[in-house]
Design a protein around this ligand. Structure first.
Ligand code: GLC
Length: 731
């Protein structure tokens, strides 16, 4: 296949004119043309950041015409679209490309299918807490089936930005703070999206993003600078991309940010030396939205023409909606400023992907019938419920959970009755009516419950509705307080400088604690929150994230013990925003906290988190014993006994960490090396074995050579980063 495709790419390139080649580099989005004159991307942004309601958006969409750039398409100036969200429109445009352009080169349709298309799964940060590569692959497979039915060929996912700063809004889209877990997540998602044969109608190319280190934006502020040592970049931020490229990802999206002063969009070291030469990537790259033009704002180029030249030369094949390529590349080549070979390389990468997707043989891979039949099948909803349940993390339980069905529930909080908020920030095709809220689920299960929003959002500021709260508390046995973040408070361009609960929600919780009734707090949020007061005063806390279409059912499955919670945090919950970035794989420093005044700590805040990486409770308990490490030539074989020492069957996520006690550069106190889920019936004990390649201990010395030290290592195995068994080994 590969040789055959290379031949076809070369033959086609030879036939193409300069203008036709440049046209292939252009991805455009549908533009809304109406009295208000904003384009589609801006309109979507207006919805995301709450400037217009979704209903207003629908009204504006329906009362406006959408410019699909057909004239440019007919003129051979368009190679791809982003955001075409139905089969009919996709086929309409594809027909123009096939029948009304000189060479009939098919279009490539890209879409942000981040955690589902119509069946919305938990946000990635939530799903990562399942520590379950099989699940991650399954949900991506369903997403691909639905999205390709809707006319798409590529998703701008998985997002595999290691994210250690909870102030950054896009932590919600990430698999959390750990490099190894993020790598496993990326590989699983690529398998799910791309399937076994990319040319199948239900397979779509995975476009891994954002390459690279976007999650390290300074101060957690989106799009901000990224400045770090090459050692840290190569040890902590690049490995998920390398693993994903090796797993066969067919597209890569450079990040908006710079790295040490060179924006990724024009970073030849990153896009040529690392991605193509070191890793052997031969897929397609596509800029982030408008990112080529924004190189002018970065101050790395003087104008759009130079931006086009630098980006193309650096290795950005396709231009997402900045129009810099279509405006300038022909002239750059004609004037000799840009070699035609650079252009041919980019066009070749794009054509190769279109051949791999089978688009030349079968440009129409869906129709309205398939689209109608493919969405939201019952088995997809079941998977969404399983994913949501596995993603939720029980953070505290004084014994009030699990509830029995006779308990009179008092449900407080607007998020308990808001379907739309369940989808999370990146769910463009979501329909809130597909979602089940907690109140919906209580009604469906005919559970004895009372509900009040508890807070009145008045024009002159919200206030706690004391009356309703008092009535509800009087009538209830247990209060379920549903608080957290709206979906627009996380995601892109949604960084927060304070990541605690809003004051009004804290006031509501104080009122509820005063009633004397046990308060179970359910959190719907897109990032870790600083919740020390909740940790101290609530009877129980369930981290539910933004869990998708089956939100309500999944929450009740856990509250009533239908499912024993197994989720474990993949991101650290700080005590205070001022601790950010805070993460488990920190170094020890020369003055670790806890040894008196002159040590690395704060005067006003603990240095520990409220909840550490890897943490999560169950309705049972697990006991670890008999840790034993066999040292092989290539790998360690780590064995440990895990017993379900409680009375409820469950699944434990066994985590294995290591620490290099003496390095040529200082090393973290813990690094995740392996993990596995193990099912244990009450009373059952199993020996769990984990394989740790010795290469995992590798890191970069001062001169950027990879070193694996001999000497003492600590191996730690447990149910989180603080509770478990450790042993020392000598390499
Ligand atoms: C956005 C995001 C990127 C997304 C792209 C296309 O700005 O940065 O993650 O895939 O635009 O929608």
């Amino acid at each position: 296949m590969t040789k055959d495709i290379e031949q076809k790419v070369s033959q086609l390139l030879e036939k193409m004119t300069l203008a036709e080649k440049v046209g292939q580099l252009q991805q455009c989005g549908p533009s809304i043309v109406g009295a208000f004159g904003v384009d589609f991307e801006e309109l979507v942004n207006m919805v995301f950041d709450g400037r217009i309601s979704k209903e207003k958006f629908q009204e504006m969409m329906s009362s406006s015409s959408i410019d699909l750039h057909e004239d440019d398409l007919r003129a051979g100036k368009v190679g791809s679209y982003n955001g075409i969200s139905d089969a009919k429109t996709a086929n309409y445009l594809q027909k123009i490309a096939i029948e009304e352009t000189r060479l009939g080169i098919p279009l490539l349709f890209g879409y942000d299918v981040i955690h589902g298309y119509r069946t919305i799964f938990p946000i990635p940060l939530a799903e990562s807490c399942a520590w379950d590569p099989e699940l991650w692959e399954k949900t991506a497979r369903v997403s691909a089936v639905e999205a390709t039915a809707g006319g798409n060929h590529m998703t701008f996912a998985p997002m595999i930005d290691v994210s250690k700063d909870a102030r950054w809004g896009r932590v919600s889209e990430s698999p959390g703070e750990d490099t190894y877990l993020t790598s496993r997540y990326g590989v699983a998602k690529i398998r799910g999206f791309q399937g076994n044969d990319l040319s199948e109608n239900d397979a779509m190319a995975a476009c891994i993003k954002h390459f690279a280190a976007y999650g390290a934006a300074e101060a957690g502020r989106d799009y901000n600078r990224v400045d770090m040592s090459m050692q840290r970049l190569c040890e902590e931020y690049l490995p998920p991309f390398e693993a994903s490229v090796k797993a066969g990802a067919r597209a890569v999206m450079p990040a908006f940010n710079d790295i040490n002063g060179i924006p990724c969009t024009v970073n030849e070291w990153l896009l040529q030396d690392v991605l193509r030469k070191q890793w052997g990537f031969n897929g397609m790259t596509i800029s982030d939205a408008n990112a080529i033009a924004e190189c002018v704002d970065h101050g790395i180029v003087a104008d759009r023409a130079e931006a086009a030249m630098r980006a193309l030369r650096a290795g950005v094949d396709m231009d997402m909606t900045s129009n810099c390529y279509v405006e300038h590349v022909e002239e750059l080549v004609d004037s000799g400023k840009l070699e035609i070979s650079v252009l041919d390389q980019a066009v070749g990468n794009i054509l190769r992907l279109k051949f791999e997707l089978g688009l030349f043989d079968r440009p129409y891979q869906t129709d309205e019938n398939r689209e109608k039949n493919e969405m939201l099948k019952p088995e997809y909803r079941e998977l969404a419920r399983e994913a949501a349940v596995k993603s939720m993390v029980l953070l505290k339980n004084d014994g009030v959970l699990p509830l029995t069905e006779d308990v009179k529930l008092g449900i407080v909080g607007a998020l308990a009755d808001n379907r739309g908020e369940m989808t999370g920030a990146w769910a463009i095709k979501a329909d809130s009516n597909d979602c089940l809220s907690i109140v919906d689920a209580c009604q469906a299960e005919k559970l004895p419950h009372f509900y009040t929003a508890g807070i009145i959002d008045s024009e002159d500021g919200s206030f706690v509705d004391d009356q309703s709260v008092a009535e509800l508390a009087y009538a209830s046995d247990v209060i379920v307080a549903v608080v957290g973040e709206s979906k627009v408070e996380s995601g892109e361009a949604a960084s927060r400088a304070e990541i605690n609960l809003p004051l009004i929600q804290l006031k509501l919780l104080e009122q509820l604690y005063k009633t004397g009734k046990p308060v179970v707090v359910v959190l719907f949020n897109g990032r870790p929150l600083a919740i020390p007061s909740v940790q101290q005063q609530a009877a129980a806390i369930l981290e539910a994230w933004h869990p998708g279409v089956e939100a309500g059912n999944a929450v009740l499955d856990i509250l009533y013990g239908k499912v024993n919670p197994s989720g474990k945090l993949t991101t650290t919950f700080p005590y205070a925003t001022g601790q950010c970035p805070i993460y488990y794989s920190h170094i020890n420093t020369g003055r670790p906290a806890g040894r008196g005044k002159f040590t690395s700590k704060y005067l006003d805040t603990p240095i520990e988190p409220v909840y550490p990486f890897g943490y999560g409770l169950s309705y049972t308990t697990y006991t670890y014993s008999d840790l034993y490490v066999q040292i092989g030539k290539e790998e360690l074989l780590v064995s440990i006994n895990v017993e379900n020492s409680g009375v409820v069957d469950g699944e434990e996520i066994v985590q294995c960490y290591f620490r290099n006690k003496v390095g040529t550069r200082v090393r973290p106190v813990r690094e995740l090396a392996a993990f596995t889920r193990v099912k244990l019936q009450a009373g059952e004990r199993q020996m769990v074995q984990l394989h740790v390649p010795i290469s995992k201990f590798g890191y970069y010395d001062w001169d950027m050579s990879v070193v694996v030290d001999n000497g003492e290592y600590e191996i730690f195995v447990g149910g989180n980063t603080v509770e478990g068994l450790s042993t020392k080994i000598e390499l």
